[in-house]
Structures are given as C-alpha cells and as structure tokens.
Design a binder for this molecule. Sequence first.
Ligand SMILES: Nc1nc2c(c(=O)[nH]1)N[C@H]1C(S)=C(S)[C@@H](COP(=O)(O)OP(=O)(O)OC[C@H]3O[C@@H](n4cnc5c(=O)[nH]c(N)nc54)[C@H](O)[C@@H]3O)O[C@H]1N2
Ligand SMILES: Nc1nc2c(c(=O)[nH]1)N[C@H]1C(S)=C(S)[C@@H](COP(=O)(O)OP(=O)(O)OC[C@H]3O[C@@H](n4cnc5c(=O)[nH]c(N)nc54)[C@H](O)[C@@H]3O)O[C@H]1N2
Ligand SMILES: [Mo]
Length: 768
Amino acid sequence: MTEIKPHGSHFGAFEAVVEGGRLVEARPFARDPFPGSLLQSIPDAVHSAARIDRPYVRAGWLKGERRGSARGGDAFVPVSWDRAIRLVAEESTRIRGEHGHASVLGGSYGWSSAGRYHHARTQLHRFLGLAGGFTAQVTNYSYGAGMTLMPHILGTNEVIQGPVTDWAAIRANARVMLCFGGLPLKNGLITSGGSGAHEYVPLMKAAAEAGLRFVNISPFRGDVAEFLGAEWVPIRPGSDAAMILAMAQVILEAGRQDDDFLARCAVGFAPFAAYLRGETDGVAKTPEWATKLTDVPAETIRRLALEIAATPNMLTATWSIQRAEHGEQPWWALVALAATLGTIGKAGQGVAFGYGSMNGIGTPRHEVPSVAGVSVKNPVGAYIPVARVTELLERPGEILQYNGRDLRLPDIRMIWWGGGNPFHHHQDLGRLLRGWNRADTVVVQEPWWTALARHADIVLPATTSLERNDIGSASRDRFVRAMHQAIAPVGQARNDVDMLADIADALGFRAAFTEQRDEMAWLDHLYGRWRQACAAQGIEVPDFAQFWEQGFVEIPPPATSYTQFAEFRSDPEAHPLNTATGKVEIFCETIARFGYAEVPGHPVWQEPREWLGGSLAQRFPLHMLSFQPFTRLHGQLDVGRVAAANRVQGREPILMHPDDAAARGLADGEVVRVFNDRGAIAAGLRVTEAIRPGVVAMATGAWWNPARPGATDSPCLHGNANVLTQDVGTSRLGQGSAAQSCLVEIARWEGELTPIRVHAPPEGATAP
Ligand SMILES: Nc1nc2c(c(=O)[nH]1)N[C@H]1C(S)=C(S)[C@@H](COP(=O)(O)OP(=O)(O)OC[C@H]3O[C@@H](n4cnc5c(=O)[nH]c(N)nc54)[C@H](O)[C@@H]3O)O[C@H]1N2
Ligand SMILES: Nc1nc2c(c(=O)[nH]1)N[C@H]1C(S)=C(S)[C@@H](COP(=O)(O)OP(=O)(O)OC[C@H]3O[C@@H](n4cnc5c(=O)[nH]c(N)nc54)[C@H](O)[C@@H]3O)O[C@H]1N2
Ligand SMILES: [Mo]
C-alpha cells in the first residue's frame, strides 16, 4: 500500500511517498516552480546505515575518563534509554553543582531540521534555560562579521536577512547589477525553515529578460548561471575591498559622487574621501593601486566604476565575502560605494547582501511573521560570538574582545549539542578536537553518526522530521507547510522534545518544559499564535484543523514591489536609520572608539595574513575556497545519492585550473593530497577553466574521516575542507568565521587510500 503525506524540509516542500513503512520518494510539492535535486537524497538519508539505532556511551567515559580524554577513537557501548537518561541527568547535576551553570556550553549552533516545533536547537535551549542556564553563542557562521557591522553603519540587519529590495523593483529599475561572489544557483536550493517554492531561478531569469546586465566578480565563473550571460571578472580571493575602494576613488575623481545624498543621508564622507585620495597614508586608492592586489585590470575597474556612475544599478555581495579575514571591510566598502553613488533608497537600486546566498532573499513577499517555537530566557549571561568556540575551549578565564566588549571566557566542562555539527561547521578541526577533549562530558543528540556523534561521550539517537508531526515555515517564503509524520521512528530513535522531557523529569522540571502539551497540542498552539499575528496585520488564514487537512497555507505575493530605505531617503529626518547619527555611517564614531587597529572608523584595505599576495603563498601557493555544496546542505544528506554521484573515486571533488594542474603534473579524476601546516585531506581532482589560476575550490560538508580515528593530526581520507581552514576571527569587531582565508598546496596522493568509513556505524555500534 502506498501512502502520501505532505512534508517539508530546508531543501523544499514535498509529498512523502511511503510503502511498507519506508519512505521511498520525496516528490516535489506541486506548487514549487523549481524544486531542486536534493529531495532525491532524503529517502537514502532517512534509511541510511549511518542512522543511530539506540543510545550509546563511549567506553572510556564509562570507565570514568573525563577531562583530557581522547575522543573519537574509543568503541561505543549500547545502553538502554533509561540508563542514558539517568547518566545525562546525574552528570548534568554534578557539573552544574561543581562548576556552575556557565560551565555548560549549550549554544548548539546549527541548522537542525525544518519544522518549527521539533527544531532541535530551540528545544535544547528551552531545556537548558530551565535547567539553570548555559554558555550561549551569538551571531552565526553565515554572516557573523556582517551582522555585527551593519547595525553600526545602517542601523539594521535587514540589509542581509531581508526584507531587501526585491527582484520586482530591481527588474523594473536597475540596468546593471554588480555581484561580488556572483549569484550561485546552488545556494537557492535551500531556505531555512522549509520552503514551499524555489522562486530564485524564475526571478533571476525574468530580470535578465528585462534587460538587466549582470557582472560576476568572483574567482569562479560558475558562481552565476549561464542563462544570465554575465561578464566574468575573475578577482583574487580576499581582495574585494581593494576593488570597491578603487571604484569609489574613480567616482570621486570624476566628480560623480552624489553630494546631495552624502549631505542629507550620510556622515563621514570627508575622511573616507581623504583616504581614497591618499591624504591619510600617502597611497591613492586608484585602479592602478588595486590591480596589483586584485589581479583585475585597472581598465576594468575604471570602466565598471564609470558605468555604475551613469547607469541605474544594484550592488550586491554574497555572504561568503565577509567569511574571511577582515571580512567586515568589503561589505562596509560596498555600503560606502552605494552612498557615494547616492543610490541607497532609490527604487530598485542601492546595496544589499545575499541575493546569491539563499532562496527567498529578494523574493517579493508580504511581511508576515513565521510560525515560531516558544523560548525561555537563559539565566546565564555568558556568551561567545559563535565562531570563537575553539578559543572558548582553549583559554578559560581569559578575555575575548568582541564588538567593543571584553568577554571573560568560562571554563567549559559539559558540551551539549543537538541540531548542529561543529565538526562540520568549524575551522581547523584538529585544533577544535584538542580543545573539545578538555571537556568532562559531551552529550549529543543526532539522527546520524556524523563526526559530531563520533566525538561524543553520550549519544542520544534523534528522529528525523519524517518520524514526527510539525509545521514548516520560513519568513522568506509565502507557504506554511503541514509536515505529517510519514514513518515510525527508525530503531529506538526518539524525538528531541521527548528525550529532553524525560531528562527534565529526572531533574524535576518536566511540566515547565512541556507545559503539559503533547505534540499535536503544541502544533495547534504555535499555529494559533501565528494565526493571531497574521490577523493583527489583516491577513486571514484558516484554522489549525483546516490547515492540517489541506497541507499548506499560502500568503499570496504583494501587488507592489519593495525598495529598502526608500522612506529614509525621501526624508531622513522623519525616518532616521537606527544608527547613532540616524544616517548611513561611512565613518562610524562608535567603531572608531573601540580602538581596534584593524578596524578604523571607515572602510579600509587591510591585507589578510593568508592570501595570494602574502609571504605564506611561497610555501602554499593555492588559495582554497570552501563554498556551500550543491549536493547537500552542509553535512546533511552526505549519505544520499546526490552527494555520492558527485564524488571522484569516493572523495569530495576539488576544482583546479588546467595551468595549475599541468604545473603539478596532475590529471582530472586523480586523487590528490591537499595540505598546509594545519593538516591534509584527500580530494578528487576536477580540472576546469571555470576557476581562475591560483585558486582551488571545494564544497564543505564531506563527513570528517580521519585515517586514524581519535587522532587530531591525521589526514582526512574523504575531503573535509575544514581540516585545512584557518580558525581566526574576521577581526575583533565581528569575530566571524574566516573560513575563506586559506592557503594550501596540492600534490598527487601517495600511499594507502582506504575507502571511507564514516557512512557506517563506528566500532561497537550497529546499523538499524
Ligand atoms: N570551510 C567552511 N566552513 C563552513 C562554511 C564555509 O563556507 N566554509 N559555512 C558555514 C556556515 S554559513 C554554516 S551555516 C555552518 C553550518 O553548520 P551546521 O548547521 O552545524 O551544519 P549541518 O550539517 O546542517 O548540521 C546540522 C546537524 O543537525 C542534525 N540534525 C538534523 N535534524 C535534526 C534533528 O531533528 N534533531 C537533532 N538532534 N539533530 C538534527 C544533522 O544531522 C546535522 O548533523 O557551516 C559553516 N562552516
Ligand atoms: N545547496 C546549498 N545551498 C546553501 C547551503 C548549502 O549547504 N547547500 N548553505 C546555506 C547557508 S547556511 C548559507 S550561509 C549560504 C551561504 O551563501 P554564500 O556565503 O554566499 O555561499 P558560498 O557558496 O560560500 O559562496 C559563494 C561564492 O563566493 C565566492 N567567493 C568566495 N570567496 C570570495 C572572495 O574572496 N571574493 C569573491 N568575489 N568571491 C568569493 C565563491 O566562489 C563561492 O562560490 O548558502 C545557503 N545555501
Ligand atoms: Mo550559513
């Protein structure tokens, strides 16, 4: 018998097709104009041999090994759910009693699954908050530097997260769009929270058909779809700020700046202009200056600058540009360039970030809230900017500078993660593991034997969304989606909420955690709150029963287009920005006062430590970009068929220019060794002219497979880029991830190359 249930995921909405209790197909939602390929991997992942079948405890931990033990090499011992819950409750009580609540790291950064109620991170925060609190993580890996900067200079993060100027406004008004980092189609496969419709491709296509010219300023030609017919400017990674500053210099020299806008709507143009002219440091930021840093010909920089001075334009950069050393600078420089042109708030023009970073950025939509879970306040005030996690583990008691504050780092004794994977998302994994091993106890809730679960002490098997009922909803999408349970839990897996409720019971606060609602009562409750919020905005949606029955609700798109900052532009006194001055801060007094030498009061060029222009490039002459995968969402779906079909001899592919391959005697399809001082990985070579010489690129998300499990310095046989990436903050202002600043060398793989093991259970564990 075949059953069909409505469901949703970060990869898109779908109909779950179930036969004999197994998910056999995730069939795209009929209303999705461009469903992606990732849905094909869902059945593989749900029924994978890498599912965790029951609770496990690390053998060494059971023998009493705590702080300082080597994780990742021990066998796992199966235990009953009752025992696992008792062990977690007792250890949590011991650690909180001996070391205080801040010794529990519960930030649990990560994407979890779509579905607002069972969202693992939200539920874990709720639980840990009620248990006394935890050390939290603020900002994100996506745009941590940018989201710390933008409130200072534009007074909002909407310029990153949306609502940004939508594609309808751009299409109708702009004639050229400069895209630093391109508009990668693969990124549009994803919407956080579970989307109903991928509108990214149709919207871009329509803009191109309306005559919008695209310029792809990126080391990788593949960062825009061919149908956009874009001009390609193959820039050197990490140098975007220099190119943007030189464009501003050209506009200034030509007298094409918008003096009226600069006077009415911005502050600090004068010191910025002095810097561009070289009055402050003796170096004029001319195209000739920039060409040596960017490898972009001076004529190209000058031509593009004069073109945007004369043509209605939209400026954008991907989020990736700021995921690099000094990542604040190119974004700040781009805002300063738009202010110089005076385009901010002009219909369909200006600047915004991320049109190429996720489906839904720039999709015309009504501003209605999304369905949201219920959080509780964390009674502990301790936090870190998320990407400083290794430093937190390494240097307890010391100070971390961040955004004008001095944060004292707590001594972490317990690490608790559900719904994220630091052994996917963090940089320099060997160093992370050395810090990780300082904890007494690591508790992990996971559906799969990811590298995170393999480096835990207590492993609690979680269900996937297919094994429970939920509501899919994203602020960037106009569909709210019913997610009906499609199959029974795999093995002994349990919902995160249910395992946490049992632990809360052992600790004496079950009722506070559950509020005495079961799953369907919670869904009814959360939907009801959302329905009320909609009603407050005059939008009527059906009641819960009707929604659940029909499988989705659609909020129709608005009839008019949207331009961000339009009101501000028309009357900056009546509609000031939420900055210290109410204006765009080309020079920012607040930031200048922080006194960070690397982040002065206006955007500047700062040379990164790790890039092709520095001395380290003599030993490691290739710049490695690690972008988002088109075959997965981060580490999720790595066990699926789409990721499998893309591997080269079972390894994650790496892109290299033919000249670089020839110089090393390497051929397409070979397995290579990619290495630097931090480690080495195997990768499958793909030779292509789409990447510029001197740059190699590979996707993140291949599950970490150290040749010797438990070692912090052994090569990864699968191709996890984060073995090699650099773990430094973008600057003391943003302290974001600088994953893109990374040099490597590449040679043929010599010696043994065993098949990867990470897609099967570790020693001591069984497949479901
Ligand atoms: N080198 C490099 N590194 C990067 C980046 C880069 O560009 N380059 N990008 C960074 C960015 S932008 C991000 S956002 C991060 C992403 O990093 P993460 O969000 O941590 O990556 P995911 O693999 O999505 O991790 C989610 C985990 O939650 C688990 N999970 C899914 N559903 C459930 C559930 O219902 N319950 C529980 N308990 N667990 C569940 C999944 O199995 C998975 O292991 O990576 C960052 N890392
Ligand atoms: N399919 C898929 N889509 C995703 C995700 C996924 O895992 N899979 N993850 C989602 C998440 S969490 C996020 S945060 C977004 C991230 O969205 P982004 O950060 O925008 O995505 P990336 O793929 O990391 O980077 C985009 C491109 O920037 C280029 N680039 C890198 N460094 C530089 C540089 O220094 N200068 C210039 N000019 N270009 C550079 C690279 O060629 C790269 O292809 O993607 C989301 N979308
Ligand atoms: Mo992200």
